[in-house]
Structure formats: C-alpha cells, structure tokens
Design a protein around this ligand. Sequence first.
Ligand code: FMN
Length: 247
Amino acid sequence: MSDLDGRIFWEKTKYQYLAISPQDLGRPQPPLELPVDPSATLIPLPDPAVMAKPPLDLWQAIKQRISVRNYAEQALTLEELSLLLWATQGVRRVSARPATLRTVPSAGARHAFETFLLINRVEGLPPGLYRYAAIEHALFAVDLAQDINARVTTACEDQSQVANSAVTFIWAAVIERMTWRYQVRGYRYILLDAGHVCQNLYLAAGGLNCGVCAIAAYDDDMLNQELRLDGVNQFVAYVASLGKRKI
Ligand SMILES: Cc1cc2nc3c(=O)[nH]c(=O)nc-3n(C[C@H](O)[C@H](O)[C@H](O)COP(=O)(O)O)c2cc1C
C-alpha cells in the first residue's frame, strides 16, 4: 500500500468510526440555544428586517478590510449593534428539523455558538457583559460589575483594543450541538464556523464606519471563567473587538 493509499484508508476508517454519532444512535439533539435566564430582563433589539441600512459596497468592503485596534470615543447605537449581531449570528428562520438558519453558514446548520458581548459604549445600555439570545434577537445582562471590562481585558492578555472597544464580541461554542452529529470532527467545524462569523463582522463593520480586530490570543481558562463556561462543554472559540473608526 502506498503512503497515499494508507492515508486515504486511515481517513476513511476514522470517518466511518466517527460516523456513529449520538444522532445515529437516536439521541435527541441539544436545544438550539442555551436557556435564557428566566430572571433576566430581555432587551429587544431593533428589527434588522425593517431597519434602514447604510449602503455597503461589498467589493470595497473586501478591498478595504483591515484589522483596527484603535477606536474613536463615539458610542454605537442600538440599531448598529442589532445589525452587527444580525450579520454575525442572525436567525433567518427555524426550520422543521428543527435547526436555525442564519446569516452565516454552519456545518450541518448546527450553529453551535452563543454570542457574549463586552459592552463598553452602546447608547442606552449600561456597560457590562451581555449575552445575545439569537432566536429572540434580544440581549440580556450577564455581569454588570464595574470591573468586568478589566477582567475580560486581562483574560485577553491585556490587549488594549478590548479595553477600548465599544463592544467586544466573544463567540462561545456549545460543543454538543456540533458533536451530536459530527463527533470529534465537530471541533474542527467549530473553528471553521468561527471564521465565517468573524469575517461577516469585519465586512458589516465597514458599512457602519467601524473597525474590528480578530482576537485569538486569550487565556482560555480565565476567559471561560469570566463567562461562567466550564471550558469543556462550553468554551470560547474566538473574540473580536469593535469600535467606531477614528477619522
Ligand atoms: C485567527 C486570528 C487570530 C488573531 N488574533 C489576534 C490577536 O489576538 N490580537 C491581535 O492584535 N490581532 C489578532 N489577529 C489579527 C491579525 O494580526 C491580522 O489579521 C493580521 O496581522 C493581518 O492584518 P489585517 O487583518 O489588517 O489584514 C488575529 C487574526 C486572526 C485571523
């Protein structure tokens, strides 16, 4: 057997072994999103479907995309935040399977992310850590302690663009939503899915005169702890800071 044959055989064997998934065994699929804390007040976001959107030339947005780490003092409006959440994780519809169909692709439409937001400057929202309820297109506060910015920034290796951002997006994976179908390959798909999400943030931000910086240099344990994630079943996969661009 040649090296290539050997590799193909191994891949196939591995794939077939892994194909016996919880879904194949008839186990129920995990919920489409984490439960919303019943004691939390849901903050509805303006509906992107009826919102006027600033024009955005996609070719220009692709050409001009860069990572931006210094932001203006200007706050985001709630409408702008709503558009950015819609562009990154917005639910178009819940299909009969059921699965969520969103503005970004996801392996098998598993959509395993929950979006946390470190909000520093958004009109009408007290600074703090929030979670996005994607199906409801709403937010709720998770941690409004005064030092939450400092704690999340520390967990992000003290990168100043987190401290100075208007909003920092934190995408956490609920791995069971992916492994229910794909077993261990689900970990790969999480990372692939994350790229789509962050790229949409970069491009949509261009239309709102905002800049973005993707962030993967963070302390897993510290950041998971700040978000109250166990780091095994739920863990941060990717982070991106965002703010209004300096003219
Ligand atoms: C997966 C990934 C992780 C990154 N992590 C960081 C980071 O932790 N801190 C940072 O300042 N930039 C980070 N970046 C941004 C890169 O440094 C940046 O994309 C690269 O220097 C190219 O610059 P450009 O985005 O302006 O084209 C990251 C980018 C990617 C795609």
